[in-house]
Ligand binder design. Structure first.
Ligand SMILES: [Ca+2]
Ligand SMILES: [Ca+2]
Ligand SMILES: [Ca+2]
Length: 843
């Protein structure tokens, strides 16, 4: 958004108005410290030590609307990484009278407890660390108090340490030393994040500066923060030296041998007098078709006074803009931190180039034209999906996205192994293979999971199903890529005469059939064996050395014949048998078999064989399990499985089982189940559809209820992974509900989903789909090219991440938080279905 120059008169007015308001921090009812422009959160969001992103917790600063600082806590290294130990916050006490938040921090691995007390002091806070017992000897020189600052908000800006001028570096070029591994604090569950190449030493960054008074960004009032400590040295580190997702870290070591109050910092974030957050005008960056409803949702600071009107300007072919419409601003109400108003400009329906003007804020331009939605899935299907084809070389014009990965194949994961990507190998292998033995034939087909490179079997099953769904409903004949399974080569923008969708179905099925045939059942995952190559950034073909592991060789040795190595980098197959997963695979194989018939008959036959066998075996295995376990799998997966098997075989037993599960599930969880229920309509008689009708009426109430829940009318998730997946599913359900029950569900509801995805949402108004959105799609994503602050076209971001207690966020200058910026193969293929269904609806 572009802010027009304010007149001096307005500036003067605001300054006068705010002179009267105090700037001292208060401890508010939501239990954080607040003044206009500054929010300081103290353990509202906790570290987990497991799967959640650890850059989302601790003492956090939301500075003039942007969360620029986090991670405030007692930490055990200069620049902690994702898998370093995090403190457990066992107790947090809020004292509103004393304006104090006191928290107990514990490192169980070291039996080390500390207490962090944060107190509002004027315009800032005082942070004190207390120890009841002296620091454990082993943590002397390691334990300290850290606070992290977001590099993309500080690089290029200045800093002063004790009056010495300096500038935050755009890229890390730091000084480091190495120290013996014996001095390195333990990492989470004993994981090791880096490969020391046999040196026995770890990298330790050196401070950029040290002193007692640290001033960040005096050149940028929105980012200006002053940190002082009289009793400890403040050190500044650059965490990017160890990990590209590292932040600038301000740190003081805790003193050895002392108890009581051992460290005190004063942190004073600047609050700009009269600051009011710029309005966020949410609208569809992709544009609108002439006849559709067009409503902008404007997100306002609660201190901002809503205007009475907004304007639509049309840009003429001579380059001049003229106002063509003005409409009233209609209040919606408060939703978490902000206030929302709406601007309906549906009356504007002449094709053209437009922008919205609200006060002195004008948006970038957008189109009104009947074709605006025609290409919304092309980047995803032509670019993002083929780039995520595993075990292939992927080329695009002059650029190679990746070489052929994992030529070394997959080893049997050893029993009793816990995995960092939330899998585990049970007490047995459940296969004929010995621990660490090569399981030949698994390095074929399949799709990278997300910003990482593993094959999540569960996700890949869903992905093949999404492709078949898209194929069977919409028959997309689009052919923009060349796929040659013999050459193991993919070339983008080179049509080869075969619809790409069939090639995607084939590619996914090839890996999953290989799993079923070779292992005998589905693997949980095909994933990295070592953490030091799990966080890989770069060409997927360089994750492993491409040579099978040879235990007779030394750790970094290559065999004289060049055909094996002693590097323990080979991927592992986690093969503990899960009959629930096998059932889901049976469903998918049945569907894939139908789609592949006539294109790849051999694979079609093999898929159907595996479907029947897995269905039979999994059903028997489940029947022999204790009642408790069985119930775990009796949910939606089994319901969809039975439906798919009925569609493939026509056998009555499957449809009976489907209905037995369906009706109670609809009563229990309508919004999730209704979609599967509608999938059955084409295969059932008219009475089934009539029985479903009252549920669709209830679903309409659910849709209407969302209008009251939030200003956008879509289901907004508040979890640690943002909620665009649920929004996309909601959209798909609406499209199908309209197709089957147009008298109940109006097609116009579907525009809420496109609006949301393409720019009408909290925090900013960029399109969540990479490169989709005429003028302003998001610029950075958590793809496998995230270290380049870039994107892979067609990726759908998870969206606005909720941070407790009232903040939504989606960084567009910092790609590294996966909960807001990563795209997954499952999520992006769901978007393909929604986009296809939506385009179908438009026709
Ligand atoms: Ca993964
Ligand atoms: Ca093709
Ligand atoms: Ca290898």
């Amino acid at each position: 958004m572009k802010r027009l120059k304010s007149s001096p008169f307005i500036v003067l007015l605001l300054a006068t108005f705010n002179y009267a308001s105090g700037q001292d921090l208060i401890l508010n009812d939501l239990e954080y410290f607040e003044t206009q422009g500054v929010n300081i959160l103290v353990y509202n969001n906790l570290f987990t030590g497991g799967f959640n992103d650890e850059k989302n917790a601790g003492i956090e600063l939301i500075h003039h609307g942007v969360r620029t600082s986090q991670g405030g806590a007692v930490r055990l290294s200069n620049t902690p990484e994702q898998w370093d130990l995090v403190p457990e916050i066992s107790n947090r006490t809020v004292n509103k009278t004393a304006k104090t938040i006191e928290s107990d921090l514990r490192y169980a691995d070291y039996d080390f407890d500390s207490r962090v007390v944060v107190t509002a002091k004027g315009k800032g806070i005082e942070i004190s660390v207390y120890l009841d017992k002296p620091l454990p000897k082993v943590l002397e020189g390691s334990a300290g108090f850290n606070l992290e600052f977001l590099p993309s908000q500080y690089w290029g800006k200045t800093y002063l340490m004790d009056g010495r001028y300096n500038r935050f570096p755009r890229y890390v070029v730091g000084n480091t030393i190495t120290r013996p591994d014996s001095e390195k604090p333990k990492q989470f569950k004993g994981y090791v994040t880096s490969d020391n190449r046999g040196t026995g030493r770890f990298i330790d960054p050196l401070p950029l500066e040290t002193g007692h008074t640290f001033l960040l960004a005096p050149d940028e009032p929105e980012r200006l923060v002053k940190i002082t400590s009289h009793d400890a040295d403040l050190m500044l580190f650059d965490g990017r030296v160890l990990a590209q997702n590292g932040w600038f870290v301000v740190r003081s070591l805790l003193p050895a041998g002392k108890t009581g109050k051992v460290l005190t910092w004063t942190v004073e974030p600047n609050a700009i007098k009269g600051w009011v957050r710029e309005p966020n005008i949410g609208f569809s960056q992709v544009g609108y078709i002439p006849s559709q409803p067009k409503v902008a949702v404007i997100e306002l600071d609660k201190k901002d006074k809503p205007l009475e009107k907004a304007w639509i300007f049309k840009i003429g072919e001579d380059g001049n803009a003229s106002g063509v419409f003005s409409g009233n601003i209609v209040p919606w109400g408060d939703y978490y931190k902000y206030h929302y108003v709406k601007f309906d400009f549906s009356a504007v329906n002449t094709p053209g180039i437009y922008y919205i003007q609200y006060g002195d804020v004008k948006t970038n331009n957008f189109l009104i034209e009947s074709s605006v939605y025609d290409k919304i899935t092309d980047a995803t299907s032509d670019i993002w999906i083929p780039i995520h084809m595993n075990h292939m070389f992927v080329n695009e014009a002059y650029r190679v996205w990746h070489g052929e990965p994992f030529k070394d194949g997959y080893l049997q994961a050893p029993p009793n192994t816990d995995h960092f990507d939330i899998h585990s190998q049970g007490p047995t292998t459940d296969t004929k293979y010995k621990a660490m033995e090569l399981i030949p034939g698994l390095n074929i087909g399949g799709f990278f999971d997300a910003g990482d490179f593993d094959i999540e079997t569960g996700a890949n099953i869903g992905v093949v199903q999404n492709f078949v769904h898209t194929w069977e409903y919409f028959k997309p004949l689009r052919d923009q890529i060349f796929v040659d399974q013999k050459q193991r080569y993919v070339d983008l923008h080179r049509p080869d005469g075969t619809p790409d969708m069939l090639q995607f179905i084939e590619h996914g099925t090839l890996n999953l059939v290989a799993q079923a045939e070779i292992i005998g059942h589905m693997a949980q995952t095909l994933s990295n064996a070592v953490l030091d190559n799990y966080h890989h950034l770069g060409d997927a073909a360089s994750i492993t050395d491409g040579l099978p592991y040879n235990p007779n060789l030394g750790p970094y040795e290559i065999a004289p014949d060049g055909r094996s190595s002693g590097v323990k980098d080979d991927m592992w197959a986690f093969t503990s048998r899960n009959p629930g997963l096998d059932l889901r695979a049976a469903t998918m194989f049945a569907a894939a078999s139908r789609a592949l018939k006539g294109y790849n008959d051999d694979l079609s036959v093999r898929a159907l064989q595996q479907s029947k066998r897995l269905m039979k075996e999994a059903t028997e295995l489940l029947a022999n399990q204790p009642e408790d376990n069985r119930n775990r799998w009796a949910g939606s997966a089994n319901m969809a499985t039975n439906l798919q098997l009925y569609i493939s075989t026509g056998e009555k037993q499957y449809i009976d089982a489907f209905q037995e599960l369906l009706w109670p599930a609809l009563d229990r969880n309508l919004s999730i189940t209704i979609s599967t229920a509608m999938d059955a309509i084409p295969h059932m008689d008219a009475s089934y559809k009539e029985k479903l009708r009252p549920y669709v009426v209830k679903y309409k109430e659910y849709i209407d209820g969302l209008e009251k829940d939030n200003p956008y009318g879509v289901p907004i998730g508040l979890g640690n992974w943002a909620g665009n997946g649920a929004v996309v599913s909601f959209g798909t359900t609406i499209c199908f509900a309209n197709k089957h029950f147009p008298d109940i569900i109006d097609a116009s509801h579907a525009f809420k989903i496109t609006n949301w995805l393409f720019g009408c949402h909290p925090y900013h108004n960029y399109s969540f789909v990479a490169t989709v959105g005429a003028a302003r799609p998001k610029a950075v994503f958590y793809g496998n090219n995230r270290a380049d602050f870039s994107f892979i076209p067609g990726n759908v971001a998870p969206g606005v991440l909720f941070r407790k207690p009232d903040h939504f966020e989606n960084y567009d200058d910092w790609p590294f938080l996966w909960g807001q910026n990563e795209g997954t193969i499952a999520g992006n293929t769901s978007y393909l279905i929604f986009g296809s269904a939506f385009k179908n609806l438009m026709e």
